[in-house]
Design a protein around this ligand. Structure first.
Ligand SMILES: [Zn+2]
Length: 54
């Protein structure tokens, strides 16, 4: 789990929207992309982003 206060500070690097926490990634519903969470650390890098399309 990501601390809610930390989650509030995080934003999508593409569109700056708020992110929501899913089971093992953070989701941007605007871009329909996910940022992986590994060992409780969200990876907020362009190369870490995966698409949620389909
Ligand atoms: Zn976004």
């Amino acid at each position: 789990m990501i601390d809610k206060e930390i989650l509030k500070l995080m934003a999508c690097i593409r569109c700056k929207s708020d992110l929501t926490e899913e089971s093992d990634y953070l989701k941007c519903s605007q871009c329909n992309i996910g940022y992986p969470i590994k060992e409780d650390i969200p990876h907020m890098l362009e190369e870490s982003i995966f698409s949620l399309d389909g």
